[in-house]
Design a binder for this molecule. Structure first.
Ligand code: ARG
Ligand code: ZN
Length: 874
């Protein structure tokens, strides 16, 4: 029973207003819903009213004030149908009861650390009341929330608070919230509990005064300051860059400890995983601060891209997610370093999305069918979705892109829109045809672009022959050519870009070639000397690029390219080629030389003009998973690990003088500040520490111990701990123990401690992880704990997850099965760790396959896990 995009039909009944009256109780919460409904003129005439439900207990239902006879409706926990309603506006009143304490799926209304909270996207509202739980039913909500004052002094809902009071003669109180903006049910939220508040305010461009609140567990308010600052900067930025202004008098954020995902953009009441709100220098790393800034911005930006303009159906998920990720990436680029942000984003894209595209879970940015929508909150929908929007901007230019966005906000405000609607705005605003471009939404897989450049001295011309190929992916054997915006430069011997004059006299507009044919050639004129082509600058298209650039060309680009991304990328390409060759050489053949890479990295380390954050990125080698993906088949994770370890040692030795000079130069001064500049200095200092320690020389290990002991912030302390945990077995245990003692009462920090231990690349790690599942700080019920300990083992420890004896696979499959009954979303995500199993060498491949099959064959699986298992085996 998969859902298909092509089966979309408008709803038969619409809901104009929703009045909810929710009486919170730990085990017996009563929900009264009053729905003003009317037949949809675009729906099928004479339809029954069919409402979704999930594990609901119906107490009463009435139509226009009259209780319905048992024959007039059918009710199950998963649906309520009114068989023959009059075909006119009606008032449907429903009373249901639910048990928030028993809700371990963390979807719908549940309890987290003693507070009540909700998660409704994608299909959680139906766990609160019967409703047409689909994003194209937009209604105005009024919510009354009632609770024991002692238990829940804070009661929050969507929109503005319009009333509050005591219930005479009882220990209970209530608040009433009204959200004037029509919204789909997935944006509904409420929170009740004993929470501390950080308050601030914001004045919008047109003078609306907005009260801001961030609510956290009691005692943690001092950790919400950075999130509040990020929120205010986000609100200003969206006004300045996209002309998007906030539209309510209140904006609240609540941080909760138990949350399936990162955060949720409920209208006026964002709910966050506390990992993405709470930060202090002692407990959060620079990466945590950057994530908080990005996710606060992301959820806030959804207010326009997601809430004011929402999605017609869940196939259009990328319409809000890809676009909003693009927007949060741009925000972070403006707040921090644009090139470094781009490098970080592309690293993430390649490690998660390219991996997804290369395996059995590959799917288009806009899928055309699904069994369980929760399984499509993926790197493809989010990150590749953002790349597609970025390509639009590259093709149209800044102004053309903004014109398209303006038209989108103008034309579709209040709509439940589609990808076609979105693209039409850019086509109409720019007078162009985006039909072929739209294939980025429909065709899965990573396009391969092969570029061959040749310079002809006689005609002073430079010719690029380009071939594109999109490999087959599940359900898509044959592909049509894509539109690929290829930003490039021809770099002269002095490092300066040559003018790009195409053969037909045209300039390659803004340095971008538009590749749209399977094979295509471009000839540049007036190229007096042999240039080096700098291709796909800024990663202008999410493609896998191969070219005839030589090792010397790459070393040259790594030293001289004016495009910082490609400077970085040239060195990474050298490193990746080395690692692939070194991995292959382990089963016979000549070991490659690291000299070109050493040369490139030396030049980078010596260039005093470079941002330390950039240099740190350059020094950080492609991951073992990156190498595995590049090799693509018959992967032996142990060989990759060994080759990468060798290269790290080689670099530590070869770069030692530079590393030893750079490390002290970046010693901290003053108190910790989370800004990008300070973070960049820490990142480079830590990268130096790491490469030096890779040599395992006693003095370098001693430096790491001293670094650990002297650290006054989590970034340095955790980094040094990780260097010791991976590279110094003697020093590991005392350091881990000291870290634990210091932070034992802080679950978010203990997650780092779990994660780090789960990533140690040695056989004893499996027993260590098993033992840690019994640690008092661990809890299977908390998704952060599961991801930190077990998720790190399955997706950040390639040699141990892929143990040659299959014990890693068995452990993860066992855990998936144990978790599935409790929390299917988290279980399904864990199972997705098997996504690259087909690329493994035969022995591991069959062991991994057997474990996925064992999961697939288990009776009573959730739809979430059943779907991942079935697609993984397809
Ligand atoms: N819309 C949220 C975001 O900002 C993600 C929520 C996903 N939740 C889920 N249960 N699938 O990206
Ligand atoms: Zn989002």
């Amino acid at each position: 029973q998969p859902v298909r995009l092509s089966d979309y039909r408008p709803p038969d009944w619409l809901v104009d207003t929703v009045h909810l009256d929710i009486r919170l109780d730990r085990h017996a919460t009563r929900v009264m819903a009053r729905l003003a409904m009317r037949p949809n003129p675009d729906g099928r005439e004479g339809s029954p009213i069919a409402l979704d439900g999930d594990e609901l207990v119906l107490k009463a239902v009435s139509l226009d004030g009259t209780p319905l006879a048992g024959t007039a409706y059918g009710a199950t926990p998963s649906g309520l149908t009114l068989f023959a309603p009059p075909q006119q506006p009606v008032l449907v009143e429903i009373e249901t009861w639910l048990d928030p304490s028993a809700n371990s799926k963390l979807m719908g209304l549940y309890r987290s650390s003693g507070a009540y909270c909700t998660q409704c996207e994608a299909e959680g509202f139906r766990r609160i009341t019967y409703f047409p739980d689909r994003p194209d039913v937009l209604a105005v909500y009024t919510t009354r929330i009632e609770a024991e004052r002692e238990e829940a002094p804070i009661l929050l809902g969507n929109g503005n608070r319009v009333a509050a009071g005591e219930i005479e003669g009882t220990s209970r109180h209530y608040t009433i919230w009204h959200d004037p903006w029509p919204k789909p049910s997935y944006l509904f939220a409420l929170v009740g509990g004993r929470l501390d508040k950080v308050a601030d305010e914001f004045r919008t461009a047109t003078g609306r005064q907005v009260e801001l609140g961030i609510y956290v567990e009691p005692g943690k308010a001092d950790r919400a300051g950075y999130a509040m600052d990020a929120l205010k900067r986000s609100m200003r930025w969206d006004e300045e860059v996209f002309g998007c202004e906030y539209d309510l008098d209140v904006f609240n954020i609540v941080a909760v400890a138990d949350f399936n995902m990162g955060a949720m953009e409920n209208k006026g009441l964002n709910i966050f995983n506390d990992k993405y709100v709470l930060a202090s220098p002692e407990t959060a790393t620079d990466a945590d601060y950057a994530n908080i800034e990005a996710i606060i911005a992301h959820e806030y930006f959804h207010n326009w891209t997601g809430n004011r303009i929402t999605c017609r159906d869940w196939f259009q998920l990328c319409l809000k997610e890809g676009l909003t990720v693009f927007r949060d990436q741009e925000f972070s680029s403006d707040q921090r370093s644009r090139p470094v942000k781009r490098i970080a984003d592309v690293r993430l894209l390649k490690s998660h999305q390219f991996a997804e595209d290369a395996g059995p879970l590959a799917h288009p940015v806009r899928p055309s069918t699904y069994r369980e929508i929760n399984n499509f909150y993926t790197a493809t929908v989010y990150e590749k979705g953002a790349e597609v929007v970025r390509m639009l901007r590259t093709l149209l230019g800044e102004e053309g892109f903004r014109a398209g966005m303006d038209l989108y906000f103008d034309r579709h405000d209040g709509d439940a829109a589609t990808v076609e609607d979105f693209l039409a705005c850019f086509a109409d605003a720019n007078g162009i045809d985006l039909t072929q471009f739209a294939r980025w939404y429909a065709q899965s897989g990573t396009p391969e672009l092969d570029v061959h450049g040749s310079w002809d001295a006689a005609t002073r011309s430079y010719r690029l022959d380009i071939a594109q190929h999109l490999p087959p992916t599940p359900g898509q054997d044959d592909k049509a050519p894509m539109v690929i915006p290829l930003a490039l430069g021809l770099v002269g011997p002095d490092g300066e870009d040559l003018p790009l004059v195409l053969d037909d006299g045209a300039n390659a507009e803004r340095g971008v070639l538009v590749v749209s044919q399977p094979r295509q050639s471009f000839v540049f004129r007036e190229v007096a000397t042999r240039p080096v082509a700098s291709l796909n600058r800024g990663f202008s298209a999410p493609v896998k690029l191969t070219s005839n650039l030589s090792t010397d060309d790459l070393v040259f680009l790594a030293r001289r390219d004016s495009d910082p991304f490609n400077r970085f990328d040239a060195a990474q390409t050298l490193a990746l080629a080395h690692l692939v060759a070194a991995t292959r050489a382990r089963s016979g053949g000549a070991a490659p030389s690291a000299t070109p890479l050493v040369e490139a990295l030396s030049a980078t380390l010596e260039d005093a003009a470079l941002d330390p954050a950039f240099v740190a990125q350059a020094l950080s080698l492609p991951s073992e998973a990156d190498v595995a993906r590049e090799i693509g088949r018959e992967v032996d994770p142990d060989a990759i690990h060994a080759a990468r370890g060798d290269l790290r040692r080689t670099l530590g030795d070869a770069l030692r003088p530079l590393l030893e000079m750079t490390y002290p130069r970046l010693a901290p001064f003053g108190t910790y500040a989370p800004d990008a500049g300070s973070a960049g200095r820490r990142a480079l200092r830590n990268a130096c520490l790491d490469l030096l320690a890779a040599t395992a020389a006693p003095a370098d290990i001693a430096r790491a111990v001293a670094h650990f002991e002297a650290a006054d912030n989590m970034t340095d302390r955790l980094f040094a701990l990780s260097v010791l945990a991976h590279g110094a077995p003697q020093q590991r245990e005392p350091a881990l123990a000291a870290f634990y003692e210091r932070f034992r009462d802080d679950p978010l920090v203990i997650d780092k401690w779990f994660a780090l231990q789960a990533q140690i690349a040695e056989p004893a790690t499996l027993d260590r992880v098993r033992a840690l599942t019994g640690h008092p700080a661990f809890a299977m019920s908390n998704p952060n704990r599961v991801r930190a300990l077990i998720g790190s083992y399955s997706s950040a420890n390639p040699t141990q997850f892929n143990r040659a004896d299959g014990a890693g696979y068995r452990f993860i499959a066992d855990t998936v099965l144990a978790l599935d009954g409790r929390n299917p979303q988290v279980a399904a995500r864990l199972l997705a760790a098997f996504k690259s199993w087909r690329a493994l060498e035969p022995r591991r491949r069959s062991l991994a396959e057997a474990e996925v099959r064992r999961v697939a064959d288990t009776p009573g699986l959730s739809p979430d896990v059943a779907d991942i298992a079935a697609r993984s085996l397809s």
